[in-house]
Design a protein around this ligand. Structure first.
Ligand code: UDP
Length: 462
C-alpha cells in the first residue's frame, strides 16, 4: 500500500539571538528571548564556547529557550592574542565561520530562523545573517546615554584626549571627562577598548531596527533625538520580571544562565534574619577588579558605616581581602563569591545597593526602587553613575581623592547618606517613581511591550 504523505506541521516562527559570552551581555538578551518566546515565537539563543567559558555557564533555571553554543576556535588558534582589539579581530574571523556553518544547518531544518538579533558589540553578525538573506538587528546592552557618546565620538564631535572641560552633546547633561565612558579618559585606570566599543556604530545605517535594553521614559529626550535619526526601539527593562511586575513571565525569578555558582541559600537565610531596609548589598559585577588597597578601603568603609552588609567578592578577588576581615566583621557582614542578584536586591532587608553601575545592575536597582551608592570602575559605568546621581536622582556617586582612590571615609559617608540622611529620603522617592515607570514600560500595552509585540507580528507575517 502506498504511504500517504504526512501533512506539513505548521510551526511557530523561529528567531535566532546571538549573545556575546559575558555575564552582562548574555543575561539581558536571554531575558529578551524569554519575552519573545512568551509571545509565541520559537527562540534559539546562540553563543560561543571556549574552554574558559562554556562549562562555567550554570543553568540556574529551566526556561523555554533553546541554548546552543558554537565554537570560537581552538586554544591554539587563540594563543597568540595579546590585546582586546586582537581578541575581537580573531573572534570575528573564527565565529563568522562557525556561525555560517550553524546557519546553514538551521536553514536546512524544518523551521529555519526568519530573523537574527545580535549583541551590538559584534556588529558584523549583521553581514553573516544578510549573507543568508535573513533580516537582522542589533541589541544594545547599554543605555542610550552611553550609546550616544560613542556615536558622537564616531561622528567626530570630540577627540581623545578630550580637550573641552565640559562636553555638550544633544539631549544630554554637560559631561566632564570623568562622566564619559572610561575608554575616553586617558587618565583612567583601565586601558582603552575604544575601537571595539565605538565600532558598534559603524553599520548603524543598515538595520531596520536598533533594539536597546532601556525604556522610553527613562531617557525620553535622548531617545527622541536618536529616533529622529535611526529606528531605535527600547525593549527594556530586560531583567527577571518576578520582582517588579505583576504581569511577570512564568517562573521568571532569575536570568537563567550564570557564569559563577551562586550561594543562594546562604544569602537568603542571612537576609531573612535582618530588619527591613537594614542591609547594604555590595557588588562590583562580573568583570571589574579592585586594586588591593582599594579593596581595603571599601572593607573598612563598610565596617565604619556600622551597617549590615552583604558583599559579593568573586573568588578571583578574595585573595585581596584583608586577612581576618570576614571573621572580624561576621556580626555585621556576610561575604559570598556570587549570588542571584535580582533575588537579593528584591529582599525586603536590603536598603541600599553599593554598585559599580554596570548597566544590568543599575537597571535592576531602578526596577526594584533601590537607592544606590555608585562606585563606577570602567567602561560605561562612569556614565551610568553620572545619570544615577544627576539625571535620575536615585543614588550618590563616590568622589575620588587625588590618587583616584575611594577612601574608607567616603564609603562611610555615602552609605550613611543613603541609609540615614535627608538626601536618602529624596532618593528613595525618586527610586519609587522610576520603579513605577519601568513596570509600566514592560507590562502589557507599555512602550517596550508594544515594541516587542510589533517585532513578533513582523516576524509572524514575514
Ligand atoms: N550578578 C549576579 N550575582 C552577583 C553579582 C552580579 O547575578 O553576585 C549579576 C547582576 O544581577 C547583573 C550581572 O551579574 O545582571 C552583572 O552585569 P552588569 O551589567 O551589572 O555588570 P558587568 O558584570 O557586566 O560589569
Amino acid at each position: 500500500m502506498a504511504k500517504t504523505k504526512e501533512p506539513k506541521i505548521q510551526r511557530e516562527a523561529h528567531i535566532l539571538c546571538f549573545a556575546f559570552p559575558a555575564q552582562g551581555h548574555i543575561s539581558p538578551i536571554l531575558q529578551f528571548c524569554k519575552r519573545l518566546a512568551s509571545k509565541g515565537l520559537k527562540v534559539t539563543l546562540v553563543s560561543t564556547c571556549t574552554s574558559s567559558t562554556t562549562n562555567k555557564f550554570f543553568q540556574t533555571q529551566a526556561n523555554s529557550i533553546k541554548v546552543e553554543f558554537i565554537s570560537d576556535g581552538t586554544e591554539e588558534e587563540k594563543s597568540t592574542v595579546k590585546s582586546t582589539e586582537e581578541f575581537f579581530e580573531l573572534y570575528k574571523v573564527l565565529v563568522s565561520q562557525s556561525l555560517s556553518e550553524f546557519m546553514e544547518k538551521q536553514l536546512g531544518s524544518e523551521n529555519p530562523p526568519k530573523f537574527v538579533i545580535y549583541d551590538s558589540i559584534i556588529p558584523w553578525i549583521f553581514d553573516v545573517a544578510r549573507s543568508f538573506a535573513i533580516e537582522a538587528a542589533p541589541f544594545f546592552t547599554q543605555p542610550w546615554a552611553v550609546n550616544s557618546v560613542n556615536f558622537h565620538f564616531l561622528q567626530g564631535k570630540f577627540k581623545v584626549p578630550v580637550e573641552e572641560p565640559v562636553l555638550s552633546l544633544p539631549s544630554m547633561p554637560p559631561l566632564k571627562v570623568t562622566d564619559l565612558p572610561s575608554y575616553f579618559d586617558i587618565n583612567g585606570s583601565y586601558p582603552l577598548a575604544l575601537s571595539v566599543l565605538v565600532n558598534q556604530f559603524t553599520n548603524m545605517e543598515k538595520p531596520k531596527w536598533l533594539f536597546c535594553n532601556s525604556f522610553d521614559k527613562l531617557e525620553e529626550e535622548l531617545v527622541k533625538w536618536m529616533a529622529s535619526k535611526y529606528p531605535v526601539k527600547n525593549i527594556g527593562p530586560s531583567i527577571p520580571s518576578k520582582y517588579f511586575s505583576k504581569q511577570c513571565l512564568e517562573n521568571d525569578k532569575a536570568y537563567g544562565l550564570s557564569l559563577f555558582k551562586p550561594n543562594t541559600d546562604t544569602c537568603m537565610t542571612w537576609l531573612d534574619s535582618k530588619d527591613p531596609g537594614s542591609v547594604v548589598y555590595v557588588s562590583f559585577g562580573s568583570v571589574a577588579d579592585l586594586e588591593k588597597d582599594q579593596m581595603e578601603e571599601v572593607a573598612w568603609g563598610l565596617k565604619k558605616s556600622n551597617t549590615f552588609f552583604l558583599w559579593v567578592v568573586r573568588e578571583s578577588e578574595s585573595e585581596k581581602l584583608t586577612k581576618n576581615f570576614s571573621e572580624e566583621t561576621s556580626d555585621k557582614g556576610l561575604i559570598v563569591t556570587w549570588c542571584l542578584q535580582p533575588e537579593v536586591l528584591a529582599h525586603k532587608s536590603v536598603g541600599c545597593f553599593m554598585t559599580h553601575c554596570g548597566w544590568n545592575s543599575t537597571l535592576e536597582a531602578l526596577c526594584l526602587g533601590l537607592p544606590m551608592v555608585a562606585m563606577p570602575r570602567l567602561f560605561d559605568q562612569t556614565t551610568n553613575a553620572k545619570y544615577v546621581e544627576d539625571v535620575w536622582g536615585v543614588g550618590v556617586r563616590v568622589r575620588l581623592n587625588e590618587e583616584r582612590m575611594v577612601t574608607r571615609e567616603e564609603v562611610e559617608v555615602c552609605i550613611r547618606e543613603i541609609m540615614e540622611g535627608e538626601r536618602g529620603k529624596e532618593i528613595r522617592r525618586n527610586s519609587e517613581k522610576w520603579k513605577k515607570l519601568a513596570k509600566e514600560a514592560i507590562d502589557e500595552g507599555g512602550s517596550s511591550d508594544k515594541t516587542i509585540e510589533e517585532l513578533v507580528q513582523k516576524i509572524l507575517s514575514s
